[in-house]
Write a protein that binds this ligand. Structure first.
Ligand code: MG
Length: 378
């Protein structure tokens, strides 16, 4: 396919309600999209970067200008070296440096190139990943820390979230909001897969306090300590019955293997945007499967496009736990991309060509704050 150009769009998507995390509330979801145009077709990719970033991921404010310069330029240089022909999606990782910014850009461009290729071949992403089309993929839901930090509010939000039949709830925790609210959720939902996500905000001195979670039948205590503290996580994994999961610590397939071997990772949250793309996430999953570590797909409040990619990925057999696959309309007021309708707490993998649906042009334009068209000039 001959490259014609790259379009970058920055969307500003209002949220239904602020999403509370240990790092603070998110009020809007700004999202960067990449559209690669070749042979008269468009391939869409979504960048996972969040406004303000996370403790390990570059911020959208940092990634957006880099997509326009380094990102688009690397793709154009790759095409120039091939007389205008685009490299295959599977080659995208080779175009970018293996640092957080490079991996984040690689994931966005890889998705766009996959979308282009799959549309040209009229194949679905599930098919390309050798996942059976039509397979039901279970959805896991998330509850943030309520703004009023009231257990009643948490229970109400969990009730609203779980009416859709989801089998897993992942609850954000932090110092002062952990054992008591988790116990209240467990009393309300005795059979639910309940996971707790700390986003790295505890210290090793909190280990004795966290031990109280062992009575609650928690499937995974995710990222209790800062991302670089693998020894701390390994010590905690020995002390607690509750499986210790990692998320922010897992930035590459190699790091996943190291963390597992170190005894620091008993459950893995894999995010393609952080790992460098869908193929890197699949490679990381293979490390988990090799060592018998259950994994799930982690979300970053994507649009229907990014979530569609996550659903296909989550269809891979090693993803034993339900992933962050709730419909974006649960948190986005408007979304230019459609998303499959869940039924019975699961999504059936669509057989439609491409990574996800094409955007609705009117909605897309209305929600676009900034656009850049970077033509390929040989
Ligand atoms: Mg997490």
């Amino acid at each position: 396919m001959r490259l014609e150009g790259v379009e970058l769009r920055l969307l500003d998507l209002p949220l239904h309600r602020p999403i509370g995390t240990a790092a603070g509330p998110h009020v809007h979801r700004a999202v960067a999209l990449v559209r690669v145009v070749a042979d008269g077709r468009s391939g869409w990719g979504e960048c996972g970067a969040l406004p303000g970033g996370t403790s390990v991921d570059p911020s959208l404010e940092e990634v957006w200008p880099a997509l326009r310069t380094t990102g688009a330029e690397r793709l154009r240089a790759a095409a120039r070296a091939r007389d205008g022909e685009l490299p295959g999606a599977a080659m995208t990782g080779l175009l970018f440096d293996a640092h957080p910014l490079g991996r984040m850009m690689s994931a966005a461009f890889e998705m766009a190139l996959f979308d282009l290729e799959l549309r040209a071949e009229t194949r679905s992403l599930a098919g390309a990943l050798s996942v059976e089309e039509g397979k039901p993929v279970p959805i896991g839901a998330l509850v943030g820390i309520p703004e009023d930090r009231a257990i009643d509010t948490l229970l109400r939000q969990a009730d609203e979230t779980l009416t859709a039949g989801y089998s897993r709830l992942r609850m954000k925790i932090g110092p002062g909001w952990d054992v008591e609210p988790a116990a209240a959720l467990r009393r309300r939902f005795p059979d639910l897969i309940l996971q707790l996500d700390a986003n790295g905000c505890y210290q090793p001195g909190d280990a004795d306090h966290l031990k109280a979670l062992d009575d609650l039948g928690i499937t995974c205590l995710e990222q209790p300590f800062p991302p670089s503290d693998l020894p701390g996580h390994a010590v905690l994994a020995n002390l607690l019955e509750t499986p210790i999961g990692l998320d922010e610590s897992l930035v590459s397939p190699r790091r996943v293997a190291d963390a597992i071997r170190y005894g620091a990772c008993e459950v893995a949250c894999l995010k393609p945007a952080r790992l460098g793309g869908l193929l890197a996430a699949r490679a990381a999953l293979a490390r988990c499967t090799e060592h018998g570590v259950p994994a799930f797909v982690g979300g970053l409040f994507e649009t229907g496009l990014g979530r569609s990619a996550l659903v296909a990925l989550a269809g891979l057999d090693g993803f034993i736990l339900p992933g962050d696959l709730t419909p974006p309309r649960n948190y986005l007021v408007e979304d230019p991309f459609d998303y499959p309708e869940p039924a019975g707490g699961a999504i059936r993998l669509p057989a439609t060509p491409g990574v996800g649906p094409e955007p609705d042009p009117g909605t897309l334009d209305r929600l676009t704050a900034e656009t850049a068209w970077l033509p390929y000039e040989g």
